[in-house]
Design a binder for this molecule. Structure first.
Ligand code: ATP
Ligand code: MG
Length: 407
């Protein structure tokens, strides 16, 4: 949306976040904003009131909320806000100066409703502390957490650069070598986090940044999502931003024993998007996207982008196995295959896991396809046996013939 201002973006996201309008309504309002831009420019807030999506008093309350969150950012002791960096589905990120060290930082201000959930706040601090202990060149460094004016904030290393999502939105399809180079750096970041018992849970193109020196930085490490992922996924289901294109099936199911393999799935979905030029599962609404993560068979990326190597496609399929047991056991195993691919060797770990993955698909309802495969294999085996018997008979026949001739 070229005519959507920063303020409009935040306004739209917050309207959805607070359940004031639906996904579709915001989309329609943004389209209307775009179409009016030349003749009769408007701001999103007024347009949404005019279209009847929100009332004037709701709009006023939203406006006050945005002002408050900005004011809260300005109240954070030790930091001076310089400007806005961006806004996601749930938060606004500001560039600031850390006064003590005179260096730029990024500060994420979480929505107020998070502060009202004590369970979330507890986890926010716990994970923030865990993230603060991490130290890795490919992880956006956590610097501080705290609360100001009723808003919780997260201070982190400032990354001058762009996100992978920026490239994807611009229509870029990554070359295999470039994508592998990026994904290997993210995998190294995850290996470090997992070794420190921290799972990211939200690996996606928007959270993978590349700085101006070309170094990949995994963002939002330690930023707890809502306590149960199912809640987060359901909340996301009603939003125009933050469609769960990269979420692992077990997170959708709301399993509590989420482990590093959920991050492997998210990383696989990210690599899929980078190489195939589209997300693994597309649908009109988020609920359908989630259903597809759970049930629909993945179209192998090399069926979409035929220039991809069979190896990379196979690795992505294993990363995105529906059941975590079908995926790589851990990031180290995955890294072995990613390194192999980069050096032009076959992904041996993926080959090993293929059988497990077939079994898993059987359980997931792809029985017919697997049965067909088994049937085909059995038919081939029967043909082979018949040929073997025939050729043995032929040999015996010739031997007997020779014996009779030379007698
Ligand atoms: N450490 C950082 N340094 C510089 N810019 C950042 C940093 N962290 C986030 N940003 C910018 O702020 C934007 C918003 O980030 P945020 O994490 O709130 O949302 P997101 O990851 O883009 O999306 P979502 O809310 O859907 O998860 C990012 O897209 C990025 O452009
Ligand atoms: Mg983010």
């Amino acid at each position: 949306m070229t005519n959507e201002t920063n303020y409009d973006t935040v306004f739209g996201k917050m309207a959805i976040d607070q359940g004031l309008c639906s996904d579709d309504e915001l989309r329609q309002a943004l389209e209307e904003l775009e179409s009016r831009s030349k003749l009769n420019p408007a701001i999103l807030k007024d347009l949404m009131i005019e279209l009847g999506y929100i009332t004037a008093s709701q709009a006023e309350r939203l406006k006050t909320g945005i002002k408050e969150s900005k004011a809260a950012a300005h109240q954070i002791p030790g930091y001076k806000i310089i400007g806005k960096l961006g806004a996601g589905a749930m938060a606004v990120v500001y560039k600031a100066k850390q006064l003590s060290l005179n260096r730029p930082v990024a500060i994420k201000i979480l929505p107020k409703r998070f502060s009202e959930n004590p369970e979330y706040v507890e986890r926010f601090y716990k994970e923030g502390q865990a993230a603060g202990k991490l130290n890795h060149p490919n992880i956006v460094q956590a610097i501080d957490v705290g609360e100001a004016g009723g808003y919780h904030y997260f201070v982190m290393e400032y990354v001058e650069g762009k996100t992978i999502s920026d490239d994807l939105v611009a229509g870029k399809v990554f070359a295999e070598a470039e994508a592998l180079d990026i994904i290997i750096q993210v995998a190294n970041a995850l290996a470090h986090a997992h070794a420190c018992s921290l799972i990211h849970r939200d690996v996606k193109p928007k959270n993978v940044m590349i700085n101006t020196a070309g170094v990949v930085k995994l963002a939002d490490m330690g930023l707890a999502r809502a306590t149960a992922d199912i809640k987060a996924a359901q909340t996301e289901a009603g939003k125009a931003y933050g469609t769960p294109y990269y979420i692992a099936p077990e997170q959708i199911r709301g399993k509590i024993d989420i482990d590093g393999r959920a991050d492997i799935y998210g990383l696989g979905a990210t690599l899929y998007h980078m190489l195939a030029g589209r997300v693994p599962f597309m649908a009109e609404d988020s609920a359908d996207v989630m259903r597809k993560h759970l049930k629909e068979k993945l179209i192998p990326p090399d069926h979409i982008n035929t220039s991809l190597s069979a190896g990379v496609s196979e690795v992505i399929e294993i990363m995105m196995a529906k059941r975590k047991e079908g995926r790589y056991n851990n990031i180290e195993e995955l890294l072995t295959d990613l390194d192999a691919l980069r050096e032009g060797r076959p992904p041996l770990q993926a080959h090993k896991r293929f059988d497990v993955s077939m079994l898993e698909q059987l359980e997931e309802g792809d029985a017919i396809e697997v049965e067909e495969k088994i049937y085909k294999e059995e038919t081939v085996a029967q043909y082979r046996m018949a040929i073997l018997i025939l050729s043995t008979l032929l040999v015996v026949f010739f031997v007997v013939l020779l014996i009779l001739l030379f007698k």
